[in-house]
Design a protein around this ligand. Structure first.
Ligand code: M6R
Length: 608
């Protein structure tokens, strides 16, 4: 949560900071601010609300200078307000700081600093940082930042500037992401790569507790013991367009349409006919796979829903027991883990605090961890034993779509890989499943063609207060994801229920006109699902059914239906989620919601 940027070079910092922040707004949009050095003094401009407010203020009163830091906030400590906005400064206004993360011991630090005569203006945890740096400052900004960081507990990526050393940015990260952009005679810090991509594709990926000093002569990296570090330059291969809307109204709609390609890219060189599943970054051996007695899949939100599908397919294909856990629950329930346990963490960003904590918990008990993530160099990718990258490309919309699709593909790949190693499937069965999988991009494309039907259904139903999703087996897993998508971008209350569970309580919520979306793609459960649909239509519900082509008999039970191209029911989630994503999207648009930046949410939850 929160995005930070920093620039040092020859151009006007203000423009570059605003442009960088616009690429990071998905991380939070409660307030925005910049601090820029001009004539050896720091000028700060910040305000509550979207970046556009700050842009307007800067138009009215431009800030000059070629060095500065910027911030876009997702409020944790202190309400969204001008005074709580970043950058925060010391009382003399000689030090300014932008921060992403949480300083967990800020109350203690605040009391200590107050006892030393420091006064605080905001309610934020961040404000202790400039005061701490001020306290330790003795003519060397790097040294003061290092001493301050040694006192700080929690997570942070911070950028610091000082008018006492007006040609320098000092930055450090711990448990919050930060990269350094290496341009020609200009250097950047940022929470994420898209913020610098219009200026450079060469970046340093920072590790925890690494300090960076950016001057006009270049960038130096240091350990916490002030030893200089050599770092390989990481060259970004995807282009800046990947993080642009490319003619679509919103990032979400663009990302929904990118799914066929994302599915294909994630399978490329891994799933091939006539060849075993090959996973370059997974070093786990056949013997280690045979030794696994339990798998935990741990994740949050949409990634958790991909994990639920993962449980079904790994158990079905590789016959290994799987438990799926919400990361924030897993870490506090003292789970039974040993060296025969395998953990699979799924995280688009690779930075989700709870998922990372669960990974660390598993590793501390000697379990092996496979990370499924979309971000190269992210924390989970660095800390896991094995990594399976999803090739979704940058996902900017807060509501996850293409990342989910590629996480599903990763689950199928892992399940097939384990089945191949354990011999739970014959050659012929493996080949048949791969053949079907390779057809998914084309079939996903066909699902996008239902756009108009879904748009019409959305325009008839966008004013409802509650919408329910029903499914059994894998359809239930997808129902959960459909329901989350709807509530997060349209603010309509929505729940997903397992079809068989209806009669145990939820059916009491059904009344005349209640909208239900029923998924019925699982052949072995089709009749049972039809019975569940009848139970709700009898009580007045209006039902949209989702079934495979050839299952038109569902029309006898539902009010309208959408048909998906037939595939092996095991792969149905890849197709059935698409109409649900489109439904949420069109409902949110009809309601006039900001689809890419839903209220109260941030793309990557790097705090507990
Ligand atoms: O980056 P991660 O995959 O770890 O993020 C997990 C969740 O925060 C994320 O999926 C969230 O639920 C999305 N807003 C869903 O659209």
């Amino acid at each position: 949560m929160c995005g930070i940027v920093g620039y040092i070079g020859k151009k006007q910092a203000s423009d570059i900071l605003i442009e960088g922040l616009s690429k990071l707004e998905y991380r939070g949009y409660d307030s925005a601010g910049v601090a820029i050095i001009d004539n050896d003094s720091i000028n700060v401009m910040k305000c509550k609300g979207r970046l556009a407010n700050l842009e307007q203020k800067l138009k009215e009163a431009p800030l000059k200078g070629s060095l500065g830091i910027g911030h876009t906030r997702w409020a944790t400590h202190g309400e969204p307000s001008d005074v709580n906005s970043h950058p925060h400064s010391n009382e003399k206004g000689t030090i300014s700081v932008v921060h992403n993360g949480i300083i967990e011991n800020y109350i203690h630090l605040r009391e200590w600093l107050t006892s030393k005569g420091y006064n605080f203006k905001s309610e934020t945890d961040t404000e202790v940082i400039p005061h701490l740096i001020d306290y330790f400052y003795n003519g060397d900004l790097l040294d003061a930042v290092m001493k301050a960081a040694a006192k700080m507990e929690g997570s942070y990526a911070i950028g610091v500037i000082s008018s006492n050393e007006p040609d320098k940015i000092v930055a450090v990260r711990k448990d919050s992401p930060m990269i350094v952009g290496l341009g020609k005679d200009e250097y950047f810090i940022a929470s994420d790569i898209p913020a610098v991509l219009n200026h450079t594709r060469d970046v340093y990926l920072l590790n925890d507790k690494e300090f960076v000093v950016l001057t006009r002569d270049g960038v130096k990296l240091f350990t916490e013991d002030k030893e200089q570090i050599e770092r390989e330059v990481y060259h970004v291969t995807w282009n800046a367009d990947a993080a642009e809307k490319g003619g679509y109204e919103d990032f979400m709609l663009k990302e929904i349409h990118e799914q066929p390609k994302a599915i294909k890219d994630t399978m490329t060189s891994r799933v091939m006919m006539g060849k075993p599943i090959t996973l370059d970054d997974i070093k786990i051996t056949k013997q280690q796979i045979e030794n696994i007695n339990k798998i935990y899949i741990v994740a949050c939100g949409t990634a958790y829903h991909a994990g639920v599908v993962g449980k079904y397919v790994i158990e079905r294909l590789a016959r290994i027991p799987v438990e799926v856990d919400i990361a924030s629950e897993f870490r506090y329930r003292n789970p039974i883990i040993d060296e025969k346990t395998l953990m699979i963490v799924i995280s688009q960003s690779g930075e989700t605090a709870d998922t990372l904590a669960a990974l660390r918990e598993a590793k501390s008990h000697e379990a092996r961890v496979i990370a499924v993530t979309n971000v190269i160099g992210s924390s989970v990718s660095r800390e896991a034993d094995d990594v399976l990258y999803t090739w979704a490309g940058p996902e900017i919309a807060v509501a996850s779509t293409k990342a989910y699709e590629t996480q599903l593909i990763a689950m199928y790949i892992i399940a097939l890989f384990f089945a191949q190693n354990k011999g739970t499937l014959s050659e012929a069965e493996l080949e048949e499943l791969k053949k079907e999988m390779l057809k998914l991009p084309e079939k996903a494309q066909k699902c996008l063609n239902h756009k108009e039907v879904i748009q019409r259904f959305a325009s008839k139903n966008y004013m409802h207060k509650d919408i329910f999703f029903l499914g059994r087996g894998l359809d239930y897993a997808v129902a959960m994801e459909g329901s989350l998508k709807l509530k997060e971008i349209s603010y309509i209350h929505s729940e997903a229920y397992a079809g068989g569970e209806l009669k145990h309580g939820p059916i009491a919520l059904i009344e005349k006109g209640t909208v239900v979306i029923a998924l019925a793609t699982q052949d072995d459960l089709f009749e049972k699902m039809v019975s569940n649909v009848k139970e709700v239509t009898t009580r007045g519900a209006r039902v949209l059914g989702l079934a495979f082509e050839g299952k038109e008999s569902i029309e006898k039970t539902v009010d309208s239906a959408i048909y998906l191209p037939r595939t092996n029911p095991l792969f149905a989630p890849v197709l059935s989620v698409i109409p649900l994503q489109l439904f949420s999207y069109y409902v949110a648009v009809q309601k006039g919601c900001d689809v890419d930046k839903p209220r109260n949410l941030a793309k990557s939850v790097t705090v507990e």
